[in-house]
Design a protein around this ligand. Structure first.
Ligand SMILES: [Zn+2]
Length: 414
């Protein structure tokens, strides 16, 4: 049942889980310790009550995150060493031949559905208890259910055909199958970039052209200054789900568009909207999006190459509590357990992302007013109840954005 690899897996999972819990604890302690005073950088712009709300909101989110970490580890252990995966595989084997693609599809879909179901109470708690308590939730039960139904439908319509192609290539494309699978996944990622903004997002949200003529003119001048051509400037009804605000660019080539949350347009002055967009344009112009996509492709290739080495190794299956050896089981095990092994690489990704944020801020100060961006960020920190006093280690490990104080300090010297 178990071998040396079981112990390697257990050690990796324990290390990642304990590190997650320890960082969460540090974050809660740090935020609580700084709850009673607004940091000096923000003393004149953020009231104590807002700062305390941010502290309580952060602690509530971190606590629910801890529950998620423990739950994930338990589910993973039950599936692998606990024998649930082997049991499910045997059950499906009564209906479908073990080596068939459809046995693999059935097994993988079952595990994905199971994990979704187990995670559902926590998702509900986050949306309808935490977000609700802090006044951010605008989601109704009806909208939650429709969203989920649409998500499942999309997952089945896009995910199952992709899975069938991947499993077929794994079995039929010879020893270099991992290279072919990589090409298919890369093409699929590009295809998603094209259809997400044009077909998928409009299914969940309403996009209307930006109405405010003065703001449109201002943004168009900014786009011309930066030499950026887009296929449209849209406002999205983000307020139907949440009071959190955002702005983003979506799509590539002909489907490229700029999207502003209605909550953002309402809360920010035209100058501030311009500065936020200049920051987003910075990400685009400095090729951050392409770089991240390229890194993602490289990681996928490395992962598939390793999977190519593992599919024929009995110790890989047996070490993870599975006796039946099929390509689909190897793929499933790999997807389930690799996060435990790559967890300690996450800070690298976060570091790169924070570097990009600084670069985009610098770009924004060249093409819009630094003071506007500062103001916009302060409003966003306040409105989103984002903590101004994160634990430095927690922030270094996870945060995709630099800590508020560091970021504002840099903008003020720009
Ligand atoms: Zn950014």
């Amino acid at each position: 049942m178990s071998n040396a690899f079981s112990w390697v897996f257990l050690a990796a999972l324990a290390a990642a889980t304990l590190m997650r819990l320890w960082l969460a604890l540090r974050q809660m302690r740090h935020v609580r310790a700084h709850r009673d005073a607004v940091p000096a950088t923000f003393a004149t712009v953020i009231p104590l009550s807002a700062h305390q709300k941010a502290a309580d909101y952060t602690v509530a989110k971190v606590k629910s995150g801890e529950v998620g970490v423990v739950l994930d580890a338990m589910v993973l252990l039950a599936l692998t060493l606990g024998g649930v995966l082997q049991w499910l595989s045997s059950k499906w084997e009564a209906l479908l031949p073990l080596d068939s693609i459809w046995h693999g599809v059935a097994l993988i879909v079952t595990v994905v559905a199971l994990r979704m179901l187990i995670g559902l109470p926590l998702t509900l708690y986050r949306t309808f208890v935490i977000e609700q308590r802090f006044g951010f939730n605008k989601m109704t039960a009806k909208l939650f259910i429709t969203d989920m139904a649409k998500g499942i439908l999309l997952g089945v319509a896009l995910g199952v055909p992709l899975l069938v192609v991947v499993l077929w290539l794994m079995g039929a494309a010879g020893s270099y199958w991992w290279a072919y699978v990589w090409i298919v996944l890369a093409l699929f990622a590009v295809f998603m970039q094209l259809i997400v903004p044009t077909f998928i997002m409009p299914w969940f949200n309403k996009f209307s052209p930006l109405q405010d003529a003065a703001l449109v003119e201002r943004v168009e001048r900014l786009l011309a200054r930066c030499g950026f051509r887009s296929r449209g400037l849209y406002v999205m009804d983000g307020s139907k789900r949440s009071a959190h605000g955002n702005a983003f660019f979506a799509g590539v080539g002909a489907s490229k568009r700029i999207v502003l949350f209605d909550t953002l347009v309402e809360r920010l002055t035209p100058g501030e909207v311009e500065a936020v967009l200049a920051h987003e344009l910075g990400h685009y112009k400095l090729n951050h999006i392409k770089k991240m996509l390229a890194i993602g492709f490289a990681e996928t290739l490395a992962g598939l190459f390793i999977l190519g080495l593992l599919v024929d190794q009995a110790w890989f299956y047996q070490g993870l509590g599975v006796q039946s050896q099929t390509l689909a089981i190897a793929l499933l095990l790999f997807m389930l357990v690799s996060p435990a092994f790559t967890y300690f690489l996450e800070p690298l990704q976060a570091l790169r992302s924070r570097k990009h944020e600084f670069e985009a801020d610098a770009y924004a100060t060249q093409h819009a007013q630094a003071a506007d961006l500062t103001q916009a960020l302060i409003k966003l920190y306040k409105d989103n109840a984002a903590t101004l006093t994160p634990d430095p280690l927690h922030s270094a490990f996870y945060d995709s954005h630099p800590p508020a104080a560091t970021r504002i300090a840099r903008l003020r010297t720009a």
